[in-house]
Design a protein around this ligand. Structure first.
Ligand code: ADP
Length: 258
């Protein structure tokens, strides 16, 4: 039995998946730090020892993501948009037509044909607004881990208007709301709504086709997903492990001969 390995060296997080018979049998995410290739190799060793396989049972890894060129012994390198498109198309049982990936430092909107071919994509990588980085900055000011944002934002009936799309101005807007005594829950809800408006603007609501899937680490944030659904006026699906769909697509590219 051979195990396929997908490595996604993202700007914020390194993700590794092992696949056996097209199913994820092991996965791990760690923050991106210098020496990414070594981190990825260490993760592979960790995965092998956890699932009890030997290195000769692994196929050569397929590498994607921002740091993909740093791994010199990759079996194959694939660009992150193709890996993302393939991963979500396959994991959605071929239903996905639009993929919105909210990564650590960029947002991508990818459109797919019925056959899963890439039609086109748009990317916002010029500023942090609308990305996971925006939440991390807000989380530091609010002294709240980003993992708690979804529940906290959704627990609030009240909201506030955060008008700044630039992370630097949004930071001072949050500080002044806190100085007025406003609780963090409505501030977080306001942040979700602000980001949802920005992401919907990038996506261009008229160009979006169902079914829409949200992935990347920020898709774990249910409050953000709900805000994006409200802004787009349509259902947005989230796969069980939204941060791993790009690494999954990389590994599955061996099957698809991309
Ligand atoms: P990249 O591929 O660009 O490195 P990822 O898709 O791995 O980015 O997403 C990283 C982002 O996901 C981080 O900014 C982090 O804040 C966010 N994230 C991860 N898990 C959660 C969670 N449970 N809730 C909210 N945000 C999350």
């Amino acid at each position: 039995m051979s195990i396929k390995v997908g490595i996604d060296l993202g700007s914020t997080a390194i993700k590794v998946v092992f696949l056996e018979n097209r199913e994820i049998v092991w996965k791990k995410v760690v923050p991106t730090i210098p020496g990414q290739a070594q981190v990825a190799n260490d993760l592979i060793s960790e995965g092998l020892s956890e699932i009890g396989y030997s290195p000769d049972q692994l196929d050569d890894p397929v590498v994607t993501g921002y740091g993909k060129s740093l791994v010199h012994d990759a079996g194959k390198v694939i660009d992150e948009v193709s890996a993302n498109a393939l991963g979500v198309f396959l994991l959605s049982d071929h239903k996905a037509r639009t993929v919105i990936n909210i990564g650590g430092q960029d947002v991508k909107v990818i459109r797919l044909s019925e056959a899963g071919k890439l039609i086109d994509f748009k990317m916002n990588d010029k500023c942090a607004a609308g990305t996971g980085r925006f939440f991390e900055v807000a989380g530091r000011i609010l002294d709240t881990p980003v993992d708690d944002f979804g529940d906290l934002g959704q627990s609030s009936a009240d909201t506030v208007n955060i008008s700044s799309t630039c992370v630097v101005f949004a930071e001072s807007e949050i500080v002044s709301l806190m100085a007025k005594g406003i609780e963090r829950q409505p501030i977080i809800r306001g942040l979700h709504e602000s980001l949802a408006r920005r992401i919907a603007g990038l996506a261009g609501n008229h160009d979006i086709e169902d079914e829409v899937y949200l992935d990347g680490g920020s898709a774990n944030n249910r409050g953000l997903v709900a805000a994006i659904e409200d802004e787009l006026c349509r259902d947005v699906h989230v796969l069980p492990y939204p941060q791993f769909s790009v690494a999954y697509g990389a590994a599955r590219s061996l099957d698809s001969m991309m």
